[in-house]
Design a binder for this molecule. Structure first.
Ligand code: FA5
Length: 332
């Protein structure tokens, strides 16, 4: 029996060394320590011994069992960390790989345009503000002087969010609600731009997307006039597009500006691009934000960033700008 006990640790060592995986090791453990394994077999024989031998051999068996246990545990640790290393290596994705001679990626066209425009406006003394894409009715419409049942609410086809009461929460349809956030957050003078993503429930075509980008500009100060509005738009179009581009303002209607105008840009070839809307901030909007319209006046404009990017790079179709086709994107 003593020989059998001595063989237990030898078998454990040999079996553990030979096991190439956790399943093999489990089989070794079962053969030694399982219910029908070698240790149980020896234990069953102990009953036939006299008391002294039973104690002596029982003690030796107990020690051997502990050694077997620790040999198997050590090997199990080794095998499971190897298995883990192997699975990590096989699942590894190298997202940083730069292949010599291949472009390592760059900012999206629209992001480049936003960053450049931010530089232009920061150079003119403006700050940059942001607002949420999911808005409440008050910021997107009501505070902007859209009457509750005013047909102007239908000028922008709205995606409603199933939150709060009916039609209370919307995907913002323009960046103008950020004007409200800026005016309620800080006292005038205000010189801010607000770029961002906007959403409209519209069919897409070469000049319309359902998810697109706008840039809003807001100035509130003493003595601001329509001349400041026209001068600022002209300055940024010249800085961003070049001196060969010019602008035109056509009378229009927005509930939050009075007077209001459409902003068009003329390309060097003489053709026109409808870029956005603008006007003097409506006194009701200033009042809604706690700003005294007797003392302060302001102008605002907002335009389609994607359309501006399209004009600048001579892309024919807005849908291309939003495509994920790397052959298109890598041109910019
Ligand atoms: C507005 O969104 C007003 N908030 C603009 C404004 C701001 C007026 C401040 C006065 C003062 P409008 O709905 O016209 O206006 O949209 C402005 C511009 O966004 C459009 O001229 C166009 O360049 C762009 N745009 C509108 N709809 C889409 C669309 N579906 N896809 C791509 N660009 C669009």
């Amino acid at each position: 029996m003593i020989d059998e006990i001595a063989r237990l640790t030898e078998d454990a060592e040999r079996g553990a060394a030979a096991a190439s995986g956790l399943d093999d090791l489990q089989a070794v453990e079962t053969s030694l320590l399982g219910k029908k394994g070698a240790v149980s077999g020896i234990k069953r024989q102990l009953g036939g011994l006299d008391e002294d031998d039973r104690k002596r051999i029982g003690r030796a068996l107990h020690e051997a069992q502990q050694q077997v246990q620790s040999i198997l545990t050590a090997r199990r640790d080794e095998l499971s960390s190897a298995a883990r290393r192997e699975s990590l290596a096989s699942e590894r994705m190298d997202l940083t790989e730069v292949r010599p001679g291949h472009d390592a990626g760059h900012l999206h066209l629209v992001t480049q345009v936003i960053e450049e425009l931010e530089d232009v406006f920061v150079g003119l003394g403006f700050t940059v503000a942001e607002g949420p894409e999911v808005e409440d009715d008050w910021h997107n419409f009501t505070a902007l002087n859209f009457g509750e049942h005013h047909p102007a609410r239908d000028m922008q086809d709205t995606f409603f969010v199933a939150l709060g009461g009916p039609r209370e929460v919307v995907m913002r349809t323009h960046t103008s609600p950020v004007q409200i956030r800026v005016m309620t957050d800080q006292p005038p003078p205000i010189y801010s731009i607000m770029p961002g993503r906007v959403f409209r429930n519209e069919a897409t075509d070469s000049t319309h997307l359902a998810v697109f980008h706008q840039l809003e500009c807001l100035v509130v100060d003493e003595g601001i006039t329509f001349g400041h509005l026209a001068g600022t738009i002209e300055a940024f179009i010249h800085a961003f597009m070049g001196e060969e581009y010019s602008i035109r303002l056509r009378p229009s209607y927005f509930p939050f500006t009075e007077p209001s105008a459409e902003l068009d840009v003329q390309r060097p070839d003489g053709s026109w691009l409808e870029l956005g809307g603008c006007g003097m901030v409506h006194p009701n909007v200033l009042s809604n934000c706690g700003i005294d319209p007797e003392r302060w006046s302001g102008f605002a404009f907002g335009f389609g960033l994607d359309r501006l990017a399209l004009a600048r790079y001579g892309v024919a179709d807005l849908r291309e700008v939003m495509s994920t086709d790397i052959r298109f994107l890598s041109q910019f």
